[in-house]
Design a protein around this ligand. Structure first.
Ligand SMILES: Cc1cc2nc3c(=O)[nH]c(=O)nc-3n(C[C@H](O)[C@H](O)[C@H](O)COP(=O)(O)OP(=O)(O)OC[C@H]3O[C@@H](n4cnc5c(N)ncnc54)[C@H](O)[C@@H]3O)c2cc1C
Length: 510
């Protein structure tokens, strides 16, 4: 057998894996990233068709305003100059049955719009955004876990009062302390749709971060399409000597049991062995038992069956003739009901209670030929619902999407030049996930508090990264999970010569 040695092998070439690989390569580790697709970025990638650039995944890139996480990341690691993140002048339009709200760029502008429309809620609006901002600040200050003693808990409480207050709560319990008007609540919480769980169900911490990232951190788009972001990370990674193997699927993760402790040894790709002390996997962990040839970590792998995935997405990607659109917004969110719970319960039944229309070419005109636009029309569907007889559902869903998009792009069907349908299967074939859940696990308070897998696994040297591990899904969190995994490895290496801890939930048998 062919064999190669590395310090770290990273499985997958999505945002989390590239971030992790980049930081480790920069730290002079010998790193190999293995990606099954012939391109990098995972779902954060784009391709060209008949002169139009279509994204396979994200089109809303939050947190690139100065001082926010992703801007800091690219700036501090010297990659900022290679990436032109374009900021739409009109980032977001929210449409409810009772009216619409244009969300301007910049939090202070947004607050002014809201206060003008809801003067009696002025104090509440300030209080709401202050709490969101404090929560975020406290969350980013939390130190890595140590055993919680009473004295440590009291110190934690004093330093993180908002985290203590809201960590078991849903977002509804946070917002009701500040805002009375139900429509205003709906506008403020509209970014729940990017996660796919309404305010009454989603963790107060998760939606606070999302709201802060969107309304304060800003919506951006990488010039040239979403692949540009991934390619920028690859540029940095390779500059530090990182190796990239595209078009190769990892068949198994190799593990030895040394004195009753399972220890990772590397990976196998076909008949080739790649050895390493650490393997970082961004694969959907529900596939982990298949990858661990014969070794069963029952308690660990079964724990994933107990967590619900978030919703999946169906998207109609269009290249259209561009004149006379009814919007200037990068993203338009059309809700069929005022109440987010009603929208969610209809989505669970497969009804198009929400339709999102993104026109990234309004922000980056290089995406479409002159006089044309790229239009992405989407709705969310439960992965399981879609799997049953999806071909029958497809036609109905597409005509519902086109019908709703008429409000934004009049005579849409007559304007279409190119058309592609992206379904949960299309996404799964790109990211290899079981159900293409857009945000990974559905972030309810108990998932965020207890059930979400950390980067550690029961196998020494095997770490998780990506939307299926803490802190969760979305561009910002996926990249954060990559740097958490990388810094854990750097820390283990510094701490020892090598006692990389394992997660405590191991139950190993061969
Ligand atoms: C359609 C869609 C739209 C989205 N829109 C937004 C948005 O607008 N804004 C936002 O913030 N977030 C959005 N998200 C979420 C965000 O894109 C993801 O959370 C994030 O990009 C996930 O990154 P990742 O590294 O976890 O994994 P992925 O991108 O899923 O990458 C995993 C990689 O692992 C590879 N892989 C899997 N198995 C193997 C194997 N055995 N061997 C080798 N390679 C393997 C896959 O090929 C894939 O490239 C969207 C997601 C989807 C699906």
């Amino acid at each position: 057998m062919n064999q190669e040695d590395y310090d770290v092998i990273v499985i997958g070439g999505g945002l989390s894996a590239l971030t992790c690989g980049f930081i480790l390569a920069r730290d002079k580790k010998r790193v190999l990233i293995i990606e099954k697709n012939p391109f990098v970025g995972g779902v954060c990638s784009s391709y060209e068709k008949d002169g139009f650039v279509f994204d396979r995944g994200p089109q809303i890139f939050p947190s690139f305003s100065k001082g926010f996480q992703l801007d800091n990341f690219f700036r501090e690691f010297g990659l900022k100059k290679r990436l032109n993140m374009k900021r739409p002048t009109n980032p977001l339009k929210i449409s409810l049955p009772s009216g619409t709200l244009d969300v301007p760029a910049g939090l202070s502008n947004f607050k002014s719009v809201l206060k003008e429309r809801y003067p009696s809620e002025e104090k509440g609006i300030e209080g709401f955004f202050n709490t969101i901002s404090k929560l975020k600040e406290e969350l980013y200050k939390i130190e890595t876990r140590r055993r919680m003693t009473l004295i440590r808990f009291l110190i934690f409480w004093a330093r993180h009062p908002n985290v203590v207050r809201y960590h078991k709560k849903t977002f509804s319990s946070l917002i009701k302390r500040y805002i009375e008007d139900e429509t205003l609540k709906t506008y403020l919480t509209a970014p729940w749709i990017y996660v796919g769980l309404p305010p009454s169900k989603i963790s107060a911490l998760t939606l606070s971060l999302m709201i802060s990232n969107i309304y304060d951190g800003g919506i951006y788009y990488p010039e040239g399409g979403s692949s540009t972001l991934a390619e920028t990370l690859v540029y940095g990674y390779q500059r530090y000597g990182g190796k990239l193997l595209l078009g190769n699927e990892v068949d198994s993760i190799l593990v030895d049991v040394v004195r009753d402790v399972p220890v990772v040894k590397g990976v196998r790709v076909g008949d080739k062995i790649f050895r390493s002390k650490y393997v970082v996997s961004s694969v959907d962990p529900r596939h982990i038992s298949n990858l661990l040839e014969g070794i069963v970590y029952k308690k660990y792998t079964e724990s994933f069956q107990k967590i619900n995935p978030s919703l999946s997405v169906v998207r109609l990607m269009l290249g259209v003739k561009g004149e006379k659109l009814n919007t200037k917004a990068h993203d338009t969110l059309l809700f069929e009901y005022e109440n987010p719970d009603e929208v969610y319960s209809e989505l669970l039944k497969g009804n198009v209670a929400f339709c999102g229309i993104t026109i990234p070419s309004l922000t980056d005109e290089s995406l479409a030929p002159k006089g044309h636009e790229v239009v992405c029309i989407r709705t969310l569907v439960p992965g399981e619902w879609w799997k049953q007889n999806y071909s029958q559902k497809q036609e109905k869903l597409v005509s519902s999407l086109l019908e709703r998009a008429e409000a934004v792009v009049p005579n849409i069907e007559d304007r279409i030049v190119v058309r592609e349908l992206q379904t949960p299967e299309t996404t799964s074939s790109v990211d290899g996930s079981v159900d293409s859940a857009i945000f990974g696990w559905a972030p309810t308070p108990d998932v965020i508090q207890k059930k979400m897998p950390t980067q550690l696994t029961p196998i020494k040297g095997l770490l998780l990264t990506g939307r299926w591990s803490q802190p969760g899904g979305g561009v910002v969190h996926a990249m954060e999970s990559g740097w958490i995994a990388a810094f854990k490895i750097i820390k283990f290496e510094l701490m020892e010569g090598s006692s990389c801890p394992t997660s405590t939930s191991s139950s190993c048998s061969t």
